[in-house]
Design a protein around this ligand. Structure first.
Ligand code: ATP
Length: 489
């Protein structure tokens, strides 16, 4: 069996910690699991809520953005208008030998530069200054326009199967719609009853645009934001939470007048970049990648990418969607979604700048970013360096020893802290081990009750990253911690 690479090993360690400590479980595990679906355990659900809360606060506590929670099932015409019924598909190919299935763009994205060069050479393309990503995009684009090129490359043995290594085994590309279909009502074969599980939250916002604007008395420019589940029947699910079939998105659509859209695009690009940074993502692990090939609806687009153990991957897309969506919904519904310009007294359809982040993918990015192994006094410690706002447990309280009234004082303090933050009481094992258990789930503060507490009512507070301890009077513990937990926005 092939040895796993250091980055695969790192990911395996993160997945194993996530399971062992109750962040993430495989869905339906006792039945062998369900591909592309995961469950959030007790710590995972806390951390995910904190992440969504940080986003929600950043979006809604600024006066020009309103929240919404639209239903997952929508009128089927929504998806015709949005273009998803026609266009939301990926070309896929199967290996006839080992039955592996691939998205065509992924096949090239993961190919070595050398192999990509031999492909572009065979297609007689001039690619001297191209990066590896550009080569992959170029080849994918050519195949999208003419899929017989794929067959000819397969015949020339230029596309081996990444799984079994055989050549000449791939089928021709076939289009595969990523939307999950289901039925409303009891009669399954009634084609009028087909509905889709939404593949993005954005459309719920577009169709409610006027409802929100009128009820909240907002004026252009303003935004609507939403957090919710989306579903995509992805061809390949892999890399833990990175690409799943059910996931959560945090999307915001900002409605503005044509002409101001370019400036808002730049503003939102910067605002969203700063948000990821404010929660502890280092500059060195983030990059912004502008899209070279734009979706049919977009005027400008780019991704904020995070460096996962397997390489850079998108965590959020920023798109200038123009007036495409509102115009299409007007055409398909026959209802006006225009607004009145108070200056020119004319009606117009607003443009939309969208920020589309993954809550589940972002969650994974923070786990990967935080995970660290280090040696302290000759002993290894695993520490999850999460921003305190994201940490699932904020504080742990320990009695140094289980005697002299220390457990009683510690549990009383913990019960008091519990009223305002997620806390944990632990009196089992040596204090060093209790610290380690808290380090690996990212708990930023541990409070210890010791013999000095009995005489002067002070406790030690130990900080996770620096491991430094300070002595604080018991009455100030809550204030001390709360000051350091405050929301990053
Ligand atoms: P990709 O190119 O990776 O398939 P996308 O460009 O289709 O993603 P968007 O439609 O822009 O993604 O979705 C916005 C965000 O939703 C992404 O940045 C990502 O964080 C999240 N997301 C999209 N698809 C998935 C998925 N299958 N699993 C988990 N998160 C996803």
């Amino acid at each position: 069996m092939a040895q796993s690479t250091p980055s695969q090993q790192l990911l395996e360690k993160i997945v194993s910690l996530a399971k062992r400590r109750g962040f993430i479980f495989q869905s339906s595990e006792i039945y062998g699991g369900l591909n592309g679906c995961w469950d959030y355990g007790p710590l995972g659900v806390e951390m995910l809520r904190n992440l969504k809360d940080a986003w929600w606060r950043a979006m809604t506590q600024r006066g020009d953005i309103e929240g919404l929670d639209a239903s997952i099932l929508m009128h089927p015409k929504v998806w015709e208008a949005s273009g998803h019924v026609q266009n939301f598909s990926d070309p896929m190919v199967d290996c006839r030998e080992c039955k592996s299935r691939y998205r065509v763009d992924h096949l090239f994205a993961e190919m070595s530069e050398k192999k990509l060069k031999s492909i572009t050479k065979s297609l007689v393309l001039e690619t001297r200054d191209f990066t590896k990503d550009q080569l992959a995009e170029l080849v994918t684009g050519m195949i999208e326009q003419n899929d017989s090129i794929f067959g000819s490359l397969v015949e020339q043995e230029l596309i081996p199967c990444p799984n079994c290594g055989r050549t000449k085994t791939f089928t021709v590309p076939r289009s595969f719609n990523l939307m999950f279909e289901t039925h409303i009502g009891p009669v399954k074969d009634d084609s009028n009853a087909v509905v889709y599980l939404r593949p993005e939250t954005a459309q719920g916002i577009f169709v409610n645009f006027l409802n929100v604007m009128q009820s909240s008395r907002q004026k252009i420019p303003f935004g609507i934001c939403q957090i919710g589940k989306s579903f995509r029947n992805e061809i390949n699910t892999k890399n833990f939470l990175f690409r799943t079939r059910e996931f959560e998105q945090m999307e915001m659509q900002f409605f503005c007048k044509a002409g101001s859209d370019d400036a808002f695009f730049e503003q939102w690009r910067e605002t969203r970049w700063n948000w990821w940074r404010s929660l502890g993502m280092p500059e060195s692990k983030l990059r912004f990648r502008p899209h070279e090939k734009l979706a049919h609806y977009a005027k400008a687009a780019g991704d904020i990418e995070f460096e996962f153990p397997f390489g850079f991957g998108e965590i959020e897309g920023i798109h200038n969607r123009t007036d495409f969506d509102l115009t299409r919904h007007q055409e398909f519904s026959g209802k006006s979604l225009q607004v009145h310009d108070e200056e020119t007294k004319e009606k117009y359809t607003p443009y939309v700048v969208e920020t589309a982040a993954g809550a589940s993918r972002g969650f994974m990015a923070f786990l990967c970013n935080g995970y660290e192994e280090e040696t302290v006094n000759g002993e290894q410690r695993v520490v999850l360096r999460l921003h305190p706002f994201l940490a699932p447990v904020k504080v742990a309280v320990f009695p140094l020893v289980n005697k002299d009234g220390m457990p009683e004082i510690a549990s009383e303090l913990e019960r008091d802290l519990r009223k305002s933050m997620k806390s944990f009481y632990d009196d089992s094992g040596a204090v060093g081990r209790r610290y380690r258990r808290m380090d690996e789930i990212g708990t930023p503060f541990c409070v210890t009750i010791d013999s000095d507490t009995l005489t002067n009512q002070t406790v030690t507070i130990r900080e996770r990253d620096s491991m430094q301890q300070v002595r604080v009077s018991m009455g100030h513990v809550k204030e001390y911690i709360n000051e350091r937990l405050s929301s990053p926005v």
